[in-house]
Design a protein around this ligand. Sequence first.
Ligand code: ACO
Length: 317
Amino acid sequence: MTSPARPGARVLGFGTYRPVRVVTNDDLAQRVDTSDAWIRSRTGIATRRIADADETTVMMGTAAAEKALASSGIDPADVDLVIVATCTSPSQIPGAAPQIAHRLGSGTAGTFDINAGCAGFCYALSQAADTIRAGSARHVLVVATEKLSDYTDWDDRTTCVLLADGAGAAVVGAGERDEIGPAVWGHDGSRPEAIRVPGLGDNLFRMEGQAVFRWAIGLAPALRRICERAGVAPEQLAGIVPHQANLRIVEALANSLGAHNAVIARDVVDAGNTSAASVPLALSRLIDAGELRRGDPVLLFGFGAGLTYCGQVIRCP
Ligand code: ACO
């Protein structure tokens, strides 16, 4: 084998899909014993989007992907690989990726799903970047799409106030310089029960909230390692986009870095916790609002079921 010059990898564009229906805290308080004040103070969430029957993981993922392709100026036929990060696919088999690729018209693309819980987008982005750098694809479409409402126990006030639906997508292609930094990842597999959907007849989401909270806060050193691996000092960051689990966790992780010039993503306030979709949704909002610009270094960090985490610094498209 020859070793041609190694291309860099960069994000060419993002796209999102947010379900139409908005569910307020007062709506939830009509079903379970909770209140707007409790939910806001413990989670920061004010409203969330909940998908209707026709807004499936495949439909939402396809819609987000179409926007990402349009904003990148890439024809679906020029996508060589589609990676879908989801833990809420309605079927165990087949995966969502071939269905989304088919709807898009990416007829010759390779396709696969990954399930890394709420860290899924960052893992998929890392795989996409490495695929581009290896020269195995011209363009990789990364889609994170979640319909957590299908797995929500609407009578469990400890979880139903958190979970929500949505999708985000990114097109990754080659560039003169690397704009997707090395991934930093890890896991604690000793606690599979901490966040779970058991399956085999029990398809409801369960979580040990306090244990997950403590584990997530303890991940702060990983954010510093992500900066070190990227060669970016925290004060150089323009943005920090942690998984939108809960505003208290988002702010604790982001503030632990001392990145004084960085805007912190707070999409959770009106989007809820959309698992793997939360990072691209939150990042796209900052870009669309003009709070992040082309070339800005942004730290992405996903964490959740597993317990697994992954993050990297990217440059904004
Ligand atoms: N409304 C009112 N009271 C509630 C509610 C609610 N929605 N939920 C729980 N409570 C009650 C509890 O029953 C408990 O009552 P008790 O003292 O009489 O027993 C009390 O509030 C305190 O409960 P805690 O569990 O201690 O509340 P806490 O402050 O830990 O907040 C929460 C709970 C919000 C779930 C928090 O633990 C948390 O955010 N954990 C992390 C969750 C997370 O981010 N998961 C992300 C990974 S999963 C994913 O992303 C898909």
